[in-house]
Design a binder for this molecule. Structure first.
Ligand code: NAP
Length: 269
């Protein structure tokens, strides 16, 4: 039996010859680019469809939910998927749980490509919280100027603290908008440099940054800039991920695929 990092490739290799990447992240895109340029692996990438105008990907791409665990199990069987790679965002908890369950039911190998969380450094002024509601509460009752950089889906939950002033940044418009008197919106997907983030925080007289602990370099600039400026950060921490094998980088994902890739997966074999 070929087992690597707890991934049982041998039994799943009999079940399928394709890779399905669950995407929506920089890492999923990076992995897709590497696999596409190799050309010896048949892989598809899946997006939820949240981004209105996603950048094209270099692999066959399907868009939209599967219809829960059952739908994903059916898809894995129909498409002859032998390896499922969960490269979704560390806060996309439902699809990650569904993927782990569906892979087990379908007898399909699975591992996660999940970038490590950021660690606080000397000078950081983080208040760590477990979820969005706790982040809202952590802002307190005294009006502050808040930079909200958690994506658009949950931004409106900050309407529960309407006494603060908000600067909200997201890739697509926040709809419905926050039900607060003082709110400005910026549309941008990054990556963001520390210097630009420092400028943004100073120019908008921000007191506190609210962030998910997403990890990775592309959005870390605001965290470093807040440290430089001595600003508070309300850091929403990740939930415990499903207990499947996980790697932290595209390179490690490629190595894990390569170490154990059964010959039958190679395109044209
Ligand atoms: P979620 O709450 O974990 O998933 C909700 C539902 O969306 C899932 O049950 C599934 O629908 C569908 N879905 C999610 N990811 C999918 C994918 N890659 N392919 C096909 N269907 C998918 O997810 P979320 O937090 O809304 O995130 C949605 C997508 O945005 C993810 O792909 C994630 O990588 C990306 N993203 C999320 C965040 C974040 O902060 N949450 C940030 C950046 C990017 P069915 O049950 O019908 O299959």
């Amino acid at each position: 039996m070929i087992v690597s990092h707890g991934v049982d490739f041998e039994s799943s290799a009999m079940a399928g010859h394709r890779i399905l990447i669950l995407g929506g992240t920089t890492e999923a895109r990076g992995l897709a680019e590497k696999l596409a340029s190799r050309g010896d692996i048949a892989a598809t990438i899946s997006l939820a469809g949240r981004t209105l105008d996603p950048k094209p990907l270099p692999l066959p791409t399907r868009i939209g939910g599967f219809g829960g665990v059952e739908g994903l199990v059916d898809y894995l069987a129909q498409e002859n998927i032998g390896l499922l790679i969960d490269a979704t965002h560390p806060f996309a908890n439902r699809i990650s749980a569904n993927a782990a369950t569906a892979a087990e039911r379908a007898g399909c190998a699975i591992f996660a490509l999940r970038r490590p969380a950021w660690e606080a450094m000397a000078g950081d002024r983080w208040t760590r919280v477990a979820d969005i509601d706790s982040a809202v509460a952590a802002l307190g009752t005294i009006p502050r100027r808040v930079f909200l950089a958690i994506g658009r889906q949950e931004a409106a939950r900050f309407s529960a603290a309407p006494w603060h002033g908000y600067l909200v940044r997201s890739v697509d418009p926040v709809d419905p908008p926050l039900g607060v008197a003082d709110c400005r919106y910026i549309l941008s997907g990054g990556p963001f440099t520390v210097e630009d983030e420092r400028h943004l925080l100073v120019e908008n007289r921000i007191d506190v940054v609210v962030s998910k602990n997403s990890g990775g370099a592309a959005t870390h600039g605001k965290i470093a800039a807040a440290r430089d400026l001595g600003l508070d950060v309300v850091m929403i921490e990740r939930q415990e991920p499903p207990g499947i094998a996980a790697v932290g980088t595209v390179e490690a994902a490629l190595a894990l695929i390569d170490q154990t890739l059964p010959p039958a997966w190679k395109r044209g074999v």
